[in-house]
Design a protein around this ligand. Structure first.
Ligand code: ADP
Ligand code: ZN
Length: 521
């Protein structure tokens, strides 16, 4: 019989296992259950592919990425592995062929979409073959707390009930301790051995900058540090994907758009080009990237704030899979906070769901506003301790903090006065205009120039005030509400106004030059 190292060499053509691959493989080959947490690019696939080749029967892989099953199966077939998939995109004929191969034991691996399992027919099919193991990929999809919940994943606990002796291996690249516990409970994997790799991606340089003119800032980044490099630019909306891609093309950068509003053929073509050709920039919504295996993505840029730290980690994790220096760059501004709070307020779902979303956003904001090492904070979020990294913006260019209690009081009392004296609430822009003493049409129309706070903030500039609003929102000292994103006080605002609570703010460093941009320049 072959051993795992031989299969690694003969079938996959690699010399050595990475990280804890060998341990995991040995554990599953000998029939143990496993919960594997490994960052993107860590090499999760081999952890179930090799055991499937070594054990008797067919390895059944549950994967939510229907669009990528074909690619995975093609890649395996090219290596001489007998693999097939079943999902809703296939013709009846193709399905029959794969089903027959499964029954005959003529497959090493069968990829299934989770929705298939809630239908009786897939279960009946599975009963007719011999199963070597179950692999549950992207296992965080079972977590309602997580950012990627798929109801179909809840049904996966039946696998264990029906096939108690078949080993199961659940894999994910994104899991806080809380998500991890939820995966273990929901998939009945509480007794499984947990293999937790370090989530650190030391070659990725994390940078988060205040957003002024995002497209221009992006262009500067690409020209100064990543000319001719392949990269991904994430935008929140389809419209902004289209605009940004067009803008980059205008500026002579080879960029392609990708979002769910494009027809399937265009999407497929753009994705294929991005994977095959050198130096393309993919401008995309987060619909793009899950399961994309392109080793030389040199940068991931976010033009809008991700909804959670998990999402941010996963998206930035697509950079630098080859281990070479790469950049994770995020531009974020006040409008992001306002917009996301609005989206949460108007989201469907119960209070608990909205609270979950708000907690995700708060953690993301805390990462954006931190004066500590970004990496340290990011890893701490995943329950891993580390030290200041020396390769993020806050390490390379430490931001100073300053006592912002007085400006915070000025801002909060403006919001308070509008509410108390006028019974009104407005968005951030109006408060800032009032503080700056600007007689805009809207200020004059509402006679806000007659408020005692009018002009009391003229010692600071517009950008500084926006930064203050943003940071107070991030610290929960101020809130936005409703469709128009109006500012309101929070329970904690009072303590600032009464001087019980000093407010420390982050001073934005001047435009950063990093060690790498200096080197390249
Ligand atoms: P993940 O699913 O964890 O994101 P993959 O399984 O797609 O990662 O692996 C990422 C890349 O690393 C793939 O190109 C894979 O072929 C490669 N890889 C995995 N394990 C090894 C290894 N032991 N030696 C060399 N390359 C490996
Ligand atoms: Zn750092």
């Amino acid at each position: 019989m072959q051993d795992a190292a031989q299969v690694l060499r003969r079938v996959f053509g690699y010399d050595a296992f990475r990280g804890s691959q060998q341990e995991i493989i040995d554990h599953v080959v000998s029939g143990g259950d496993a919960l594997v947490l490994m960052p993107t690019g860590g090499g999760k696939s081999l952890c179930y592919q090799i055991p499937a080749l070594l054990r008797d029967g067919v390895g059944v892989v549950i994967s939510p990425l229907i669009a990528l099953m074909q690619d995975q199966v093609d890649a395996l077939t090219a290596l001489g592995v007998r693999a097939g998939f079943l999902n809703s995109s296939q013709s009846l004929e193709e399905r029959r062929r794969v089903e027959t191969a499964f029954r005959d034991g003529a497959l090493d691996l069968l990829y299934l979409a989770p929705e298939g399992l809630s239908t009786g027919s897939a279960m009946r099919l599975l009963e007719q073959g011999r199963i070597s193991l179950f692999a549950i990929d992207e296992a965080h999809c079972v977590s309602q707390w997580g950012h990627d919940f798929r109801p179909d994943y809840l049904a996966l606990s039946v696998l264990h009930e029906r096939w108690p002796d078949v080993p199961r291996i659940a894999l994910t690249a994104t899991a806080t301790t809380r998500t991890r516990d939820e995966i273990a409970t929901r998939l009945q994997l509480t007794d499984a051995h947990q293999f937790v790799s370090s989530f650190d991606r030391p070659n990725i340089q994390y940078r988060i900058v205040p957003k002024n003119e995002p497209r221009k800032q992006l262009l500067e980044l690409l020209r100064a540090e990543h000319p001719g490099d392949a990269g991904i630019v994430y935008c929140l909306s389809r419209a902004s994907v289209d605009k940004t891609a067009a803008f980059l093309v205008e500026q002579g950068i080879a960029a392609l758009p990708y979002h769910a509003g494009l027809d399937a053929r265009t999407r497929q073509r753009n994705q294929a080009r991005f994977l095959r050709e050198d130096g393309l920039v993919m401008v995309a919504t987060i619909a793009f990237g899950m399961g994309i295996d392109k080793p030389d993505v040199r940068f991931v840029a976010h033009l809008d704030l991700p909804k959670s730290v998990e999402g941010y980690y996963q998206e930035t994790g697509r950079a630098g899979r080859d281990g070479l220096p790469s950049t994770a760059w995020l531009a974020y501004g006040l409008a992001d906070v306002v917009q996301q709070r609005k989206m949460i307020d108007s989201s469907e779902g119960d209070l608990a769901h909205r609270r979950g979303l708000a907690a995700h956003l708060d953690a993301m904001l805390a990462l954006c506003e931190t004066v500590q090492c970004r990496r340290e904070q990011l890893l701490a979020y995943f329950g891993q301790t580390s030290q200041a990294c020396g390769n993020c913006d806050t390490c390379l260019n430490p931001p100073q903090s300053w006592d912002g209690t007085i400006p915070a009081q000025k801002l909060l009392s403006t919001v308070l006065r509008l509410h108390r004296e006028r019974g009104q609430s407005f968005g951030a822009g109006q408060s800032i205009d009032i503080l700056l003493g600007r007689r805009t049409d809207k200020v004059v129309a509402h006679k806000h120039d007659e408020l005692t706070v009018f002009g009391i903030g003229a010692d600071l500039g517009d950008a500084e005030w926006r930064g203050i609003v943003r940071q107070l929102l991030a610290q929960g000292l101020l809130a936005v509400q409703g469709e128009y994103g109006t500012l309101t006080l929070t329970e904690r605002s009072g303590a600032v106004l009464s001087r019980e609570l000093p407010v420390m703010l982050r001073r934005e460093p001047a435009r950063t030059t990093t060690s790498r941009s200096r080197r390249k320049a």
